[in-house]
Design a protein around this ligand. Structure first.
Ligand code: SF4
Length: 277
């Protein structure tokens, strides 16, 4: 079996920055809370847990006055206001690319546009962006974009389109096309560069199977798996890599989600080398 490591891999700039921010927090004696997983990778989250971080899903779980870390995926204005009311010491690790999407959604909403967020309804990034525009709607795929033509809340409106940063870039383009044929639109919808570069590398790969290293809840990891189309394996840690059956694979590509530690990729590649003997 030949293996090819697809470039780019390792942490994206937003994940690197979020981890650096977390590790730079001076602990004041108690725990530091983190609202949601800092990034969607269980190896990273487990490491932070060992360092004393407590992961919560709601500010209700955080005692007043505590230190709270906001994840790379960003939070809605409502959460920021709630943190102020509780007197929390906020450390913000929101990725700048996500911040830009919030700004665009707020700008469109301020102009009276109907904000459309291309994203996954249950993803924390999308939930945060939705908070910028009271009547925003989420569109997850081209079929939902077509259905928007019959949504009475969109009738006679100009749409302001933004996107979750880790969507499939081709799907984002297609959804914008569909909406543009049906409504007047202003659009700032695009995936971030890190997402697009990885997706482009997977599209260009010509082997017969792909191993994507990353967690099941990582959006960009899931998109890489979906995009390859042929035989795809996914593994979140070395135990999962070792359990995979690569028999019959002649040329395996190896790539990783934007929040997957490089050490994991190196260990996986070293293990795959042993399978050649
Ligand atoms: S994948 Fe993109 S948006 Fe998400 S943290 Fe990385 S750079 Fe930021």
């Amino acid at each position: 079996m030949v293996t090819t490591t697809l470039v780019p891999h390792g942490f994206c700039a937003g994940v690197r920055n979020a981890i650096k921010t977390a590790l730079g927090i001076p602990f004041r004696g108690g725990n530091v809370y983190c609202l949601h997983e800092l990034v969607h990778n269980e190896l990273v989250v487990e490491d932070l847990r060992k360092r004393g971080f407590l992961f919560v899903e709601s500010l209700d779980e955080v005692p007043d006055g505590s230190q709270i870390l906001f994840s790379a995926h960003g939070v809605s204005p409502r959460i920021r206001a709630a943190a102020r009311r509780k007197g929390l010491d906020v450390i913000d690790a929101t990725c700048p690319f996500v911040e830009r999407v919030h700004l665009d959604a707020r700008r469109f909403s301020g102009k009276g546009l109907k904000v459309v967020v291309i994203g996954k309804k249950d993803h924390v990034e999308t939930i945060g962006i939705l908070g910028e525009a009271p009547d925003a709607v989420v569109v997850g795929d081209p079929a939902e974009a077509m259905a928007l033509a019959d949504d009475p809340s969109c009738a006679g409106r100009t749409l302001g389109i933004v996107s979750q940063t880790t969507m499939n870039s081709d799907s984002v383009k297609r959804i914008v096309e569909i909406l543009s044929e049906r409504f007047p639109v202003e659009t700032a919808a695009e995936t971030c560069n890190a997402t697009k570069e990885r997706q482009d590398a997977v599209k260009a790969f010509r082997g017969d199977a792909l191993l994507v290293l990353g967690s099941a809840n990582s959006s960009n990891t899931k998109r890489l798996c979906e995009i390859f189309g042929a035989k795809t394996f996914r593994a979140a840690d070395m135990d999962e890599v070792r359990s995979l059956d690569f028999s019959g694979v002649e040329h395996l590509g190896v790539t990783s989600g934007a929040s997957t530690p490089e050490e994991f990729l190196s260990a996986a590649v070293a293990y795959l080398e042993t399978l050649k003997n």
